[in-house]
Write a protein that binds this ligand. Sequence first.
Ligand code: SAJ
Length: 424
Amino acid sequence: MDELKQRIGDKSAKVVVCGLGYIGLPLAITLASEGFRTWGLDVCEDRVGAVSAGDWPLWSQEPSLPTMLARVVKSGHLDATTDYAVCKDADVIIVCVPTPITENKEPDYSALWDAISGIAEYARRALVIIESTLAPMTCEDIAQMLWPGVRLAHCPERVSPGALLYNLRHMPRIVGGYTAEAGELAAALYLHVVKDTELYITDSLTAEIVKTFENGYRDVQIALANELALICQDLGADVWEVRDLVNTCPGRDVLEPGPGVGGACLTKDTWLLVSALGQPAELLMTARAINDTMPVVAVDLVLEALRQAKIAPANATVTILGVAYRAGTSDVRESPAIQVMSRLIKAGCDVRFYDPHVDGYNGDIAEALNEADAAVIITEHPEFENLNWPGFGHIMRHKVLVDTRGIVQEAPGGFVFRGLGRGK
Ligand code: SAJ
């Protein structure tokens, strides 16, 4: 332990980061820029080729990281390979592969088990850290697959696309040791990663629960905001006014309702958590169900507005404003927009998309709205905040507007307008 701790402390430890996605790549770049001899390991040859050449390979637009990548490759601190043999003399191996869920909502650990099998023969020498999100008790299984004396820790990632480096540096981190020794060693490494924030050392089971529950918690909070929207819609009130007034009461902080929950984290972490349980987690499951229903609620609003404007869905051209699941990003993973689109198509509508952040959809908003019968705001991109609706009204075939994010303050004159949670 002392020797490895020293190598981590003086940055002479060789680090291998397994999985060069949006979790592993920023971590590898950061460790390399701190002076560690770092290797990225990935099964994708194109990804490895790009990283070895110092070229940013991810869709996510990130401040600083592309320049840092070029710099650390040039300085010889970071290289990449597809060969697990690079782990041979590694001091630290960090696993950052995706852990999605299957169609049946079970953990899909295919990438995780491939990585663990790949590193297994080198795990006697190295500290093994798992950043991938894990269902509780998974570290037990990983330890079984490696060896009984393995130095294993779970340090779940806490980054979001668009702010990867900032999150990595400034987000408090949970360091869960499978053994106390492994927790201490992992914390020594993360001291080189974080700046001006806390590391919390605990055991690996606690870390597994913390990570999956923190996203389950957010999912429940969003579901509660969505439930309030449904209540207000039903009773003829405005959810945005009710929410503001509820939040004047100390200790209340209602989140924002919307057309559903997208992204790679919230949509799966509850399922990872409950997959480990011997009993149902009813509140978490209800929240998932409410959030999964919201795209249907959004589509119902569109169909209702079309009906009011006397347009049959089969004759309607509907323009969706916002494809990304999260405002200000180009991230379309599990976006509610995809659900909304496919349901509108099923209802017979002709559907167009516009998103200023997403390649392929970011042409010209006026072109996207030209001759459209309805516009539907799905993502609360700042660009959609002060759109000139009276102007667009002149180029649209019919003036129908549906706002699922509370961005449009007043119904624009002459438009049939529907807002999610706005019953008045
Ligand atoms: N959403 C709402 N209403 C809200 C907040 C979010 O409808 O009030 C929707 C968003 O539109 C989106 C989804 O929920 O579709 C998820 O939004 P999010 O802001 O939680 O963003 P994520 O999914 O990228 O969550 C990540 C998580 N990070 C990690 O798992 C490492 C989450 O834990 C963070 O809290 C979140 O980023 C964040 O706040 O940045």
